[in-house]
Design a protein around this ligand. Structure first.
Ligand code: NAP
Length: 286
């Protein structure tokens, strides 16, 4: 794949560091972003640019999308000058956004009609793993397409897992983000409860992180909680989206409704653009 020309659409918190890693690994990359200013940093790093998704696919062998949500992905695929404007025999599109399993299956069918190979490849891991190239990539689609994409996945992540056909990768992603949500709300509630009873945040976070309940996410979010500063690594609005998608995909476990309600409430209070850990500010008001 290293000789294939790659295209990338979506230069948000995740897309930008991911493209940097592809460039670092020696891939030729053409980028497109709705807000054009965000392309400048990558052009300075050696990427070139295209005027629209249609032109991008015409100029590249494989195009990746890393976009906000189902609606954004469908717009980029099906909209005016979108990826599916023309048949693309021999080309491949890899959607790395977190979307519903139904959307992935729908896009897979559309691509098939356009003679384009399709993979869904949502990721587990936030901005830091995206920067470090240590994401976990959850792949759904045909084995032959997965084999072709592997060299790029190796530049982006520490592990890729081919979990099944189109839709299964998205299901795995929604499942792991349910666990993420439970961890975040549990951490916030624990720290707030302890603080109310005289245990400082610093002491409580040390107790959590040094013990069996400490994990990657509790450690990652500790400095934000202590500094009361929540710049978006994973914007809270995206977790609300993912929990809603998990419910739509059939998650009816006892904890999903209160969890969804908590994060929805935080978004309604204006915390949607802040990091997911900002949920603690909403919970502190109760
Ligand atoms: P982000 O920072 O909000 O970036 C979203 C990207 O989507 C931007 O490039 C934005 O373009 C583009 N976009 C949105 N609506 C569009 C539309 N209608 N047409 C064209 N482009 C559109 O999001 P992110 O944090 O990078 O996340 C991207 C995806 O990865 C999401 O599905 C998210 O759930 C998932 N994810 C995120 C994380 C994380 O920690 N951040 C981790 C794992 C998975 P503009 O620049 O023009 O707004």
């Amino acid at each position: 794949m290293s000789r294939l020309k790659l295209g990338w659409i979506g230069l948000g918190n995740m897309g930008t560091p991911m493209v940097k890693n592809l460039l670092k690994a020696g891939f030729e990359v053409v980028v497109f972003n709705r807000t054009k200013q965000k392309e400048a940093e990558l052009i300075a790093n050696g990427a070139s640019t295209a005027t629209d998704p249609q032109t991008l696919l015409e100029n590249c062998d494989v195009v990746f999308t890393m976009l906000s949500n189902d609606e954004a992905v469908k717009t980029v695929f099906e909209g005016e000058k979108g990826l599916l404007t023309n048949p693309g025999t021999g080309k491949m599109i890899i959607d790395m956004s977190t979307v519903s399993p139904d959307t992935s299956r729908y896009l897979s069918e559309l691509c098939k009609k356009n003679h384009i190979d399709f993979l869904e490849a949502p990721v587990s891991g936030s901005v830091k793993p995206a920067q470090d190239g240590t994401l976990i990539i959850l792949v759904g689609g045909e084995t032959s397409a997965y084999e072709k994409a592997k060299p790029a996945f190796e530049a982006l992540g520490k592990l890729s897992v081919h979990v099944g056909g189109a839709g299964v990768g998205s299901s795995a992603k929604l499942a792991v983000n349910y666990l993420l949500g439970l961890n975040l709300q549990g951490l916030a509630e624990t720290v707030l409860f302890a603080e109310k009873n005289g245990v400082s945040k610093t002491d409580m976070l040390t107790i959590i992180n040094e013990g069996a309940c400490g994990n990657g996410i509790t450690k990652l979010k500790t400095s934000s909680i202590l500094n009361e500063d929540y710049p978006a690594a994973f914007a809270l609005k995206h977790l609300v989206k993912d929990l809603g998608l998990a419910k739509d995909a059939g998650l009816d476990a006892p904890l999903i409704d209160p969890l969804y309600h908590t994060f929805q409430q935080a978004q309604q209070e204006g915390l949607g653009e802040e990091d997911v850990m900002a949920v603690i500010k909403s919970l502190a008001k109760r």
